[in-house]
Design a protein around this ligand. Structure first.
Ligand code: HEC
Ligand code: HEC
Ligand code: HEC
Length: 417
């Protein structure tokens, strides 16, 4: 009896006390950041981490469609073979449950695993290295608060010699410099926040900055537009010229990143995923900061020489456009945004590579589903048209209503089917 009463007492009074004590100790430990005095309480730190995990789109490469969150096995085809995003859940065996906050910082900031092995830069640590220690600690705290998954990571399938990780030591010596981004005193806080988000967590350069033949971002050509490594999509220029965002007011950039469409274009392909998985979740303040920073980017060199369209191809293209496209994109290519994007002066249509236009015609697609636009309009695929019809259509939309971009040949269509 006494024993039962005592153990009840233990359970009812002592255990909760123990938990409170343990809980606050754990909270204090989790909240500890390199700058003492700035430590956030655990719940607040986890919330900051949740937000940054969205801004950095960690799920995009570490979660398969309809799969367990952060459990990995996400394929990433590259010219060197296929990489798979690993399991980054708190599972001690299959995820990163045994990692300390220092191990996590080493991965995000130095691109190294706990045993010192370098990571492939398909993990965008060349961008994440710009993030502060406090922010990566918050991401770590958030990931550790999520359910563990015992799904084993899938080994990469890289061709020789790319399968040799030691080669990364050379790559890193040439192309990687770890370093947090210090605020630039020549600019205000909003611009600096925008730069931090674009260059760091948002890793926009990973797609929008051209890469050299060793897949390193060519920083001299920052945000000048680039073909993507893992798909035929072309990430358009974000620079301050007519091929980038030069004609976009900052509000339109915010609108695109929040809703998926704008008076200039609709986010398509991989950018649609970036909007629905990441940028739509950013606060108004942060989207304004991103737009402010992007609007400060200098103009790029613009596209070089381009193939001129012939009269015959243009008139074939006009007939096909009037038959298949005019209902939505309208007679002068003005569309009816946000439902139907304009094709006149559209950055994706004017890109040096015709791949986005050709893929849209071949495969159709949906604008991203976002909170502000949960049921976006779609475009039907036109794969029944021949390669030369699609080339004529693409040439026509790239060279009408004030547009001027390279003519498209049927040979550029065939490989995209
Ligand atoms: C563009 C794709 C991509 C994004 C976005 C991405 N990762 Fe990864 N991540 C990878 C790939 C690929 C690897 C494997 C690298 C390797 O094996 O060298 C990886 C590896 C890792 C590892 C090492 C895991 C291990 O078991 O060794 C961690 C930790 C990690 N990522 C965390 C994150 C976090 C946190 C985020 C968001 C802040 C993130 N990743 C965003 C692609 C990505
Ligand atoms: C039923 C209406 C509809 C028709 C018909 C249609 N489209 Fe579209 N189109 C859309 C919608 C909606 C989008 C946005 C989809 C997205 O972002 O993935 C779009 C997107 C595009 C884009 C990409 C624009 C951007 O901002 O990224 C191009 C290029 C395009 N359409 C060309 C055409 C051509 C050429 C035709 C005729 C062969 C055509 N469309 C027919 C509705 C339509
Ligand atoms: C995974 C690759 C990828 C990442 C990461 C990425 N983008 Fe894009 N982005 C694209 C592609 C591809 C296009 C062109 C397709 C299209 O028309 O949407 C694009 C287009 C755009 C456009 C032009 C509007 C449009 O959609 O046509 C803007 C603005 C933009 N991106 C901003 C950003 C910003 C800001 C970031 C970082 C927060 C970012 N992107 C990160 C791939 C990416």
């Amino acid at each position: 009896m006494t024993h039962t009463r005592f153990s009840n007492l233990l359970r009812r009074v002592f255990m909760p006390l123990l938990f409170i004590a343990w809980g606050s100790h754990a909270a204090a430990a989790a909240a500890s950041t390199p700058q003492p005095g700035e430590a956030a309480p655990a719940a607040e730190q986890i919330e900051i981490g949740r937000y940054l995990t969205l801004a950095a789109n960690c799920a995009g490469c570490h979660t398969v469609a309809n799969g367990e969150r952060f459990a990995g096995r996400t394929p990433m085809p590259t010219p060197f073979g296929t990489l798979y995003g690993p399991n980054i859940t708190p599972s001690p065996q299959h995820g990163i449950g045994n990692w300390t906050a220092d191990d996590f910082w080493n991965a995000m900031h130095h691109g190294k695993s706990p045993d010192g092995t370098p990571f492939y830069p398909a993990f965008p640590y060349p961008q994440y290295t710009r993030m502060t220690r406090a922010d990566t600690d918050a991401i770590h705290a958030y990931l550790m608060s999520q359910p563990a998954s015992d799904t084993p990571s899938r080994p990469h399938e890289l061709r020789f010699p790319y399968s040799q990780r030691w080669l990364l030591t050379l790559w890193r010596a040439m192309y990687f410099e770890p370093g947090t981004l210090a605020p630039d005193p020549a600019h205000d806080a909003l611009w600096n926040r925008g730069r931090y988000l674009v260059e760091g967590a948002g890793h926009c350069a990973a797609c929008h900055t051209p890469r050299n033949r060793w897949a390193a971002n060519d920083l001299r050509r920052g945000f000048q537009g680039a073909g993507m490594m893992d798909s035929p999509w072309y990430a358009t220029a974000l620079t301050g010229d007519a091929h980038g965002l030069g004609n976009w007011p900052a509000e339109d950039i915010v609108e695109l990143l929040r809703t998926g469409s704008s008076p200039h274009s609709t986010a398509a392909g991989p950018m649609a995923a970036v909007v629905s998985d990441s940028t739509q979740h950013l606060s108004d303040h942060d989207l304004g900061a991103v737009a402010t920073y992007l609007k400060s980017l200098p103009p790029g060199p613009g596209p070089g020489a381009r193939a001129q369209p012939s009269e015959a191809v243009m008139s074939a293209g006009r007939r096909l456009y009037e038959q298949h496209c005019v209902a939505c994109h309208r007679a002068a290519g003005e569309g009816a945004p946000p439902a139907w994007p304009p094709l006149a002066r559209n950055t994706s249509v004017l890109a040096p590579s015709p791949n986005n236009v050709v893929q849209m015609i071949l495969k159709g697609g949906y604008a991203p589903a976002t909170e502000s636009n949960p049921r976006p309009h779609g475009m039907p695929p036109f794969h029944a048209l021949s390669d030369s019809d699609i080339a004529a259509l693409a040439t026509y939309v790239r060279n009408s209503w004030g547009n001027a971009a390279g003519a498209v040949s049927p040979h550029q269509v065939t490989p995209l089917r």
